[in-house]
Design a protein around this ligand. Structure first.
Ligand SMILES: Nc1nc2c(ncn2[C@@H]2O[C@H](COP(=O)(O)OP(=O)(O)OP(=O)(O)O)[C@@H](O)[C@H]2O)c(=O)[nH]1
Ligand SMILES: [Mg+2]
Length: 423
């Protein structure tokens, strides 16, 4: 356990490592009206280097043979991907809630042990493109899992084994994604095993999700009439479609409209062939990510699977490189989802960061947030009886921020009614 002193040191250590004098640019978001009227700088490249969270750890004296593994955690919404990510990292970097679509963007986290560095890419739950339009969701929910898949060396498919109607077949979007990246290694993570009364079910579930084949071995006989698409058909799809657009780093540029269109065309073509299982999983892990059961074995496997590289991509103490603005927003977002508000409210109000500074005297992180409500129903819902609801949201958000930034902080959170600008 980190002591209070360690936590403060940890935060200060970040400042030293980053070569910045302060964790945050002082008063970057002050009450200056011009700045405040801007949108939150989540996407501004200027915010990239402002804060990245580091562990308090003595650098390893000499790394003889650096190894690295990038792992994309994919799965259906609410499978427990972010809970698992936080557990593997031993740090809260991804928002978690009982509601679907909690994760809105891909989230990167790192842990380094000995010579090996593991980069975890948590992703929004995989969804069909039709759902995005129907529910008016951001593009990142559709595209980010595929960017992570392109970046990954290993695909970790996470399945919630608790609902009876989901656990016997892989979500079609997962199977499509696996086909698109069939050259990559993959593992199956059966999560929430604590919720399964009859543990013998795990054997059946494994059998139906793997087609009875794990690590190339036919461990269980399986009767399944649906045909598995041939490798040659997948190759043909890749051959017959126009080449994908590349960005400066030479990676398929899914963030550009044309890049995503071309990729999605292949994805849809693969989709017509899919089965409900995958026969190329190398390993199957049974996990209770909430309590951490099975995490040690998974981490050991990841460390052993890392491949030799010239040098690690990240500093060995780095935990995440997400911008502080995004982390703060995620903490508030999680609190909103967890506060029993009428279902649609969290999705329709706006989180505005008003102040984000670190005080020079006491290293106290000061955060000011406005919850912008667009009608009276939203406002009264957020405020609650005698302000009890907004107080609860503030308490939860503050706790989330303390778990993420591991420092003392003060949070001012207010709900405000605004009118939507007509465009
Ligand atoms: N009982 C139990 N609950 C779990 C476990 N793992 C996650 N949960 C719960 O499942 C819910 C969803 O967890 P998340 O980690 O937010 O799931 P996710 O897959 O990241 O969800 P999205 O980001 O919405 O796609 C939360 O209420 C978690 O507490 C587990 O192993 N056991
Ligand atoms: Mg998530």
């Amino acid at each position: 356990m980190l002591s209070r002193a360690d936590i403060t040191k940890c935060f200060i250590r970040y400042a030293c490592l980053s070569n910045y004098n302060h964790v945050f640019p002082r008063n970057f978001y002050s009450n200056d009206q011009n700045k405040f009227s801007n949108d939150d700088p989540d996407n501004e490249s200027s915010s990239e280097n402002l804060l990245s969270i580091h562990r308090l750890k003595n650098p390893t004296s000499k790394v003889i043979c650096p190894k690295q593994l990038r792992v994309a955690i994919i799965g259906a919404p609410n499978a427990g991907k972010s809970t698992l990510t936080n557990k593997i990292l031993g740090w809260k970097v991804a928002p978690v809630s009982c509601k679907v679509h909690t994760t809105r963007f891909r989230t990167m986290g790192v842990f380094t042990e000995g010579d090996s560095q593991i980069v975890i890419l948590d992703t929004p739950g995989l969804i069909e493109s039709g759902k995005l339009k129907r529910h008016n969701l951001e593009d990142s929910l559709l595209i980010d899992p595929h960017i992570a898949l392109l970046e990954a060396d290993l695909i970790a498919v996470t399945v919630d084994v608790s609902p009876i109607w989901y656990r016997s077949s892989l979500h079609s979007e997962i199977v499509k994604a696996l086909h698109m990246h069939s050259n990559k290694r993959s593992i199956l993570l059966l999560n929430k095993v604590d919720l399964l009364k009859n543990k013998n079910e795990l054997f059946k579930i494994t059998k139906s999700l793997t087609g009875g084949i794990v690590d190339g071995r036919r461990d269980f006989a399986i009767r399944n009439s649906r045909k598995y698409p041939k490798e040659s058909v997948i190759k043909e799809i890749n051959y017959n479609f126009p080449p994908l657009l590349m960005n400066d780093a030479g990676k398929a540029d899914l963030e550009s409209k044309d890049g995503w269109k071309a990729y999605n065309k292949r994805l849809q073509a693969v989709g017509n062939l899919t089965t409900s299982y995958w026969t190329k999983f190398e390993r199957v892990f049974m996990l209770n990510s909430l309590e951490g059961d099975g995490i040690y074995d998974l981490k050991t496997y990841l460390l052993e699977t890392a491949k030799a590289v010239d040098k690690w991509d990240y500093d060995e103490t780095l935990v995440t490189n997400q911008s502080p603005y995004r982390l703060v927003k995620q903490c508030v977002w999680e609190a909103l989802l967890d506060s029993d508000l009428p279902a649609e409210i969290p999705y329709n109000i706006k989180i505005k960061i008003k102040v984000l500074t670190e005080s020079e005297e006491d290293s106290l992180l000061r955060v000011g947030i406005d919850l912008l409500c667009f009608n009276n129903r939203q406002l009264s819902g957020v405020i609650g009886n005698d302000g009890q609801k907004v107080a609860l949201i503030a308490r939860k958000a503050k706790q989330n921020m303390m778990d993420t930034f591991k420092c003392d902080m003060s949070l001012k959170l207010a709900a405000k009614r605004i009118t939507k600008k007509k465009t």
